[in-house]
Design a protein around this ligand. Structure first.
Ligand code: ATR
Length: 280
């Protein structure tokens, strides 16, 4: 791709950043929409994140994504937060405003909601309580998305109970904490099950969760997308539950940032999905 001197520049800050799929994803959109712009990987160590973010306006850059381990630090550094970032307590998208100040957004909840809508169009938030396994940063984004979509009750179950309690205290009365030992039983009347832990990821053991009590119509989704069919999703599929894989969350969370930096809201297409998968 040949850039002009006026090219718009954004990127992703991570440490390490080599595993990030975002350059491939944004690069695909830049090329397919014929935009004079670049999206680059930025290897930023933890002690450099504040300096690196402040350098964005100094370099004339439009902004960036922030990924592991910088999302909570970015939350503390930026000048303005959008409501989602405030609730999730993490920032994944930074936009340089015309006056050089930094706006921090969190688009992970948007990405989760869009992926769920696309992958399980028949799922109704009112179908019953939703159960979220895990209480880390990703779980917060998922919880915010589900509450905004209107689930009547959100059950959070986490190995470390205190983190689930903290999430519940932050996000309101619709969130209840289920003890880790009860996670199988608590599925009995669920309409949706979401894994937000790292269990099931390549190189990690499968999530230990007995699906026997899960209603057959309940949707099961995993935010892990390496592999695309995690052991949890494979088991749910075998039982006949509708499943939604996690790749779409990655693809959709990227759209609002692209729009802010490069000027148009890009679309998630089957060809994009295939292209990103080839790079995994
Ligand atoms: P992220 O920001 O991607 O959500 P995180 O904040 O490190 O990452 O959260 C990881 C989640 O996976 C946590 O809920 C963690 O549970 P703990 O709070 O008990 O650490 C969960 N997790 C990681 N390894 C696990 C395991 N072996 N069994 C169960 N849960 C696990």
């Amino acid at each position: 791709m040949i850039l002009s001197g006026k090219a718009k520049v954004a990127g992703v800050m991570g440490w390490p950043v080599g595993h990030s799929r975002s350059p491939r994803l944004h690069g695909y959109w830049l090329e397919s929409y014929g935009i004079d712009g670049a999206y680059i990987p930025l290897a930023v160590p933890p002690d450099g994140i504040a300096q690196a973010l402040r350098a964005l306006p100094a370099l004339g850059m439009k902004g960036c994504n922030v990924t592991v381990p910088h999302k909570e630090a970015a939350f503390r550094i930026v000048d303005v937060l959008d409501p989602a970032a405030r609730r999730i307590k993490a920032v994944n998208t930074v936009i340089v405003r015309p006056d050089g100040s930094l706006e921090g957004r969190n688009t992970d909840a948007f990405g989760f909601a869009e992926n769920l809508r696309e992958g399980a169009p028949d799922w109704q938030p009112a179908a019953g309580p939703a159960m979220v396994v895990g209480a880390g940063g990703a779980a917060r984004a998922v919880a915010v998305a589900l509450l905004d979509m209107g689930v009547p009750e959100l059950r959070v179950v986490n190995r470390t109970r205190a983190k689930a309690e903290e999430l519940a205290a932050d996000l309101g009365a619709a969130v209840t904490v289920i003890p880790w030992e009860w996670r199988g039983r608590a599925l009995a009347d669920s309409g949706l099950l979401v894994n937000t832990t790292t269990q099931g990821m390549q190189g990690q053991p499968a999530l230990e969760l007995d699906l026997a009590a899960l209603p057959p119509a309940a949707v099961v989704t995993d935010i892990v997308y390496t592999p695309l069919l995690t052991p949890l999703l494979a088991e749910a599929k075998r039982r006949g539950n509708p499943i939604v894989d996690g790749l779409g969350m990655l693809l959709h969370q990227a759209r609002p940032g692209f729009q802010a930096w490069f000027g148009l809201l890009p679309q998630v297409t089957p060809a994009l999905r295939r292209f990103v998968l080839e790079g995994i």
